[in-house]
Design a protein around this ligand. Structure first.
Ligand code: T1G
Length: 694
């Protein structure tokens, strides 16, 4: 197959330019060079009256080639290619299918008209990568659709369906048919005067200072940490003036964002969410899953059932009593209503989903399920009893999964005669909203069962990360470790509110105490009691303050009081907290001292990175990026920082080792240098190096 990315086909007085650069026709340098060459070829031929530009494969250009970011720019640059298209003397019609994103839509806006098939979507999602449309998008979109629409598109990064794009003025027509035929017909319509064309740069953007001011205020409030949203607004503002000056303003803004750590973090996140699908079992044949059994209709079970129903699967929900079953069904129904309210599904789809739900108190109903997910109490004995029963009930080849958040999958598998069909599917609450799924692989889990877990995640529009078996797998194991660091900070003098505020300024959606109140402080309380027998004697106990809160019945939001007091939608400081802090600090015998916000962030992050390094070292996570994706998708880690181990590379292993060694002077048991980090400090290897090619 020729590696030519762009071809020209002459059909009488029409020329068709076809871009063919799988998988998504990203406009890498070969595509850009090919487009320039195609225009020269057409000019040379001299007989063309109109041009149709379209793409082969599943989509129109999905954007600039993000893999080129951070490397020396290769001519011709995309902005120049878009200007070449616009300046070309023969009218060009872009024909859009799939998703014309970023540089793809910019390429289309550089053309003289745009036609889309009904299923096409367009967007300018560059802000999600920490940059902004850098090939004229901030100047052409406002000229075509006005400043409010352009700001909506550019600041949200959302995918706009063809019909809405037509209403916005981004496209001119919607036509059915095969892409090449639509392109040929569109070009012919130009020649017949049936499809008007114009240079976008000749249009004038209507002033709208109010929209610009409102947008700037919104991004400063909503994204105080981020650079590119404000730069987006500034660039769009320039679109009311001279076009070439506007392009220069856009270029400057783009170049201010591109080298930023934020953009590097967001791009790491983008590729990371795809890299985690690269597992050893990738080639194994996943089993078909049409009917999913869910045991337990509590928060998790009903959330999992909702997610499966929304993905088009049939669900059999099992509970022990009719009352519990009714509660589960009611929760599922409420979850689906919420999805309709959020515009995630239509009424009809909601009704169809409920039609696929079977609810029963009889486990025999699971006999024909393809995969069963147990989501009951986190008690090993209860789970073992259920898996032993399932083993006898479920058909051969059915997969048995536990939603346990930390228990040993191997121990559960051992009570069945089918350990190869057993794995962990650890969903995150609320399961019908959170995208992360830890697929926990037991020592005997068969490759096709792992592959089925990943296929199920894709069906449920979740991101699966492969995890080995240990207490807490990837996320909760690391969480348990760094929460101890937070508790030591508080015992040593930092106020819980200062810890929360410092970490929220770092970029976390919520600090650990606010998260604890939201999840329920009793969860941590029960975990500490569960782990108490195995806690090493030399380990400093940090849970006394949280224990006091739980023993007072103050378990957070659900009880109206925890670290904070909750009054409806209002959150206030807990006036009884300081007495507990003083009492427990006195009991601990330390001398409370002040910590700066930086101290707090450094200790918290160093603790997180240390345990994350051990999780990689132990092979519980396949790669560092897998840990990053777990924390980005499941623990509110700030996306622009790329995840704990991407962030670790910005500090450097040697500096991290130094920090741990200095902290170890206070607590040599807790602060130990992970062997992997020590090796990295000596060799200069980075976590990014460990991700390469894996
Ligand atoms: N560059 C390079 N590779 C890309 C890519 C891109 N723009 N988009 C996708 N891929 C890879 C992806 O990593 C995966 O690789 C494969 O293609 C399939 O992707 C100047 C500067 C288009 C909605 O942000 O949103 O233009 O894992 O699994 O689910 O203003 O891809 O198979 O090896 O996501 O069908 C702006 C990013 C770029 C769009 C398709 N564009 N892409 O989703 O497939 S910046 C974007 C997407 C820019 C200009 C600026 C999605 C998709 P692998 P996939 P999908």
């Amino acid at each position: 197959m020729s590696d030519k990315k762009v071809s020209v086909e002459f059909v009488e007085d029409v020329a068709l330019i076809c871009i063919d650069n799988p998988p998504v026709n990203a406009s890498g340098v070969a595509v850009r060079q090919g487009l320039v060459a195609a225009l020269s070829e057409i000019k040379e031929a001299g007989r063309t009256k109109a041009i149709g530009l379209y793409c082969a494969g599943r989509t129109f250009v999905a954007g600039a080639d993000i893999t080129e970011f951070g490397k020396p720019p290769l001519e011709p640059l995309l902005p120049d290619v878009c200007n070449n298209l616009e300046d070309f003397e023969t009218p060009i019609v872009a024909v859009i299918h799939g998703t014309a994103m970023g540089g793809g839509l910019e390429t289309a806006m550089g053309c003289h008209a745009r036609v889309a098939v009904p299923t096409a979507k367009v967007g300018l999602p560059e802000v999600l990568l920490g940059v902004l449309p850098g090939a004229g998008g901030t100047q052409r979109a406002p000229r075509l659709s006005g400043i409010p629409n352009a700001l909506d598109l550019i600041l949200s990064g959302r995918h706009v369906p063809a019909k809405e794009a037509l209403e916005m003025g981004l496209i001119d027509r919607i036509e059915e048919g095969s892409i090449r035929e639509v392109a040929l017909a569109a070009a012919r319509n130009v020649i017949l005067g049936k499809l008007p064309t114009r240079r976008t740069c000749d249009l004038v953007t209507p002033r709208d200072d109010a929209a610009l001011e409102a947008a700037m205020a919104m991004v400063q409030k909503k994204h105080p940490h981020l650079i590119s949203p404000q730069k987006c607004v500034e660039a769009v503002a320039a679109s009311v003036g001279d076009f070439k000056q506007g392009l220069a303003t856009e270029r400057a803004a783009f170049m201010a964002c591109l080298p930023s750590a934020q953009s590097k973090g967001l791009i790491h996140a983008f590729f990371g969410e795809r890299a985690v699908a690269n597992i050893p079992e990738k080639k194994a044949q996943a089993r078909d899953v049409a009917v999913v059994g869910v045991i337990g209709g509590g928060t998790m079970g009903s959330g999992i059932a909702t997610s499966a129903l929304m993905a088009g699967l049939s669900v059999t929900l099992i509970e022990v009593t009719q009352e519990a079953l009714d509660r589960g069904v009611a929760t599922i129904s409420a979850n689906l209503d919420g999805a309709v309210k959020r515009g995630k599904m239509s009424d009809a789809k909601r009704d169809a989903a409920l039609g696929r739900l079977t609810a029963s108190t009889d486990m025999m109903t699971l006999a024909d399920a393809d995969l069963v997910i147990e989501a009951v109490f986190e008690k090993m004995e209860i789970k073992k009893d259920i898996f032993a029963k399932l083993d006898g009930i479920c058909k051969e080849g059915a997969i048995l999964a536990s939603n346990t958040s930390y228990l040993d999958i191997n121990e559960i598998a051992a009570v069945t005669k089918r350990p190869a069909d057993v794995l962990g599917l650890h969903f995150f609450s609320p399961a019908h909203i959170m995208k992360l799924l830890e697929v926990v692989v037991g020592t005997q889990t068969a490759p096709e069962v792992v592959a089925t877990g990943f296929a199920l995640a894709k069906t449920m529009r979740k991101v699966a990360v492969r995890a080995g078996v240990c207490d807490g797998f990837i996320g909760n194991r690391i969480l348990g470790h760094y929460l101890k660091a937070a508790s030591y900070l508080v015992l040593d003098g930092a106020h819980p509110y200062q810890v929360d505020n410092a970490l929220e300024r770092f970029g976390f959606a919520m600090g650990p105490h606010r998260v604890g109140d939201l999840a329920g402080l009793d969860i941590g309380y029960m975990t500490r009691k569960r782990l108490a027998p195995s806690r090493p004697t030399e380990e400093r106990y940090g849970g006394a303050i949280a224990d006091q809160l739980s023993e007072n019945g103050w378990n957070g939001r659900k009880t109206g009081k925890g670290y904070y007091v909750y009054d409806g939608r209002e959150t206030h400081e807990n006036p009884d907290l300081n007495v507990i802090l003083d009492a427990e600090r006195t009991k601990a015998g330390g001398a409370p001292r002040a910590f700066s916000d930086d101290d707090i962030v450094d200790r918290y992050m160093t603790a997180m990175i240390s345990e994350a390094a051990r999780v990689v070292e132990d092979g519980i996570a396949l790669r560092p990026v897998d840990v990053d994706v777990v924390f980005l998708m499941g623990y509110g880690f700030p996306r622009f920082r790329g995840g704990p181990l991407h962030y670790a590379d910005t500090i450097g292993a040697a500096a991290l080792v130094e920090r741990i060694e200095s902290y170890a002077k206070e607590d040599a048991h807790y602060w130990q240098v992970p062997a992997l980090l020590q090796q990295m400090a000596e060799s200069g290897r980075t976590f990014a190096d460990m991700n390469k090619g894996r």
